[in-house]
Design a protein around this ligand. Structure first.
Ligand SMILES: CC(C)(COP(=O)(O)OP(=O)(O)OC[C@H]1O[C@@H](n2cnc3c(N)ncnc32)[C@H](O)[C@@H]1OP(=O)(O)O)[C@@H](O)C(=O)NCCC(=O)NCCS
Length: 181
């Protein structure tokens, strides 16, 4: 399927390509990046695992019609992270909106910018009624991103066997918030 491209002020959200594997491997090889998102906390810098990751997310788009985007920085054309949707039918928390960026670009507002574009697409184009974000309780930066996007804590949960805070926002809440801004 054709994965849509979303353009924001500083970022381009696009479908994964096979040649993203080295950048994904570098992302997953950084212990700080995977600290709260890897089930076992072990860095995974191999190209083979990076390719599996790419194939999984391209497959998610093919099977479900939505998924995660690779995110490029417009100023440099460089892959800087990913953001978007994930909702496998088994053992998952719901239509999850997530974000992960390379450490050297943290703190520039990229996760918030990409997350906002993906959230808009989920509500306006996909027609979702709500999105959730499952966040490790210690992941203060990710909690802040969720809050900046208008999500609030809905419940305590688990993800991959670890405690997770389930943040979320409904379409009506998103609409009301966007009418104000
Ligand atoms: C979470 C993550 C995506 C945030 O990316 P980012 O581009 O730096 O995020 P933004 O710049 O848009 O916003 C970060 C916000 O968190 C705040 N923040 C950053 N580190 C923080 C910390 N340790 N404690 C509290 N707040 C923190 C920032 O100040 C900013 O809030 P502000 O704009 O109100 O000042 C990034 O840290 C990351 O990739 N982490 C590893 C992967 C991961 O954990 N993903 C989330 C899975 S749920």
């Amino acid at each position: 399927m054709q994965i849509p491209t979303l353009t924001t002020d500083r970022l381009i959200l696009r479908g994964y390509r096979e040649d993203d594997a080295p950048a994904i491997a570098a992302l997953h090889g950084d212990p700080e990046v995977i600290r709260y998102i890897s089930p076992d906390g072990v860095p995974e810098p191999s190209l083979a695992d990076a390719w599996d990751h790419i194939a999984r997310h391209v497959g998610h788009w093919a099977l479900k019609g939505y998924g995660k985007w690779a995110v490029d920085e417009r100023a440099t054309g460089r892959f800087v992270g990913r953001a978007g949707l994930y909702d496998p039918p088994y053992d998952w928390v719901g239509l999850e909106l997530g974000w992960t960026f390379a450490r050297d670009v943290w703190g520039r507002g990229y996760a918030t910018e990409a997350g906002a574009a993906a959230m808009r697409w989920a509500f306006e184009t996909l027609g979702a009624n709500e999105v959730v974000s499952a966040i490790h309780p210690g992941n203060a930066a990710s909690i802040r991103v969720a809050e900046r996007l208008g999500e609030r804590k809905w419940r305590d949960g688990t993800l991959n066997g670890k405690p997770a805070l389930i943040y979320g926002i409904t379409k009506d809440e998103w609409r009301a918030r966007n009418a104000r801004t």
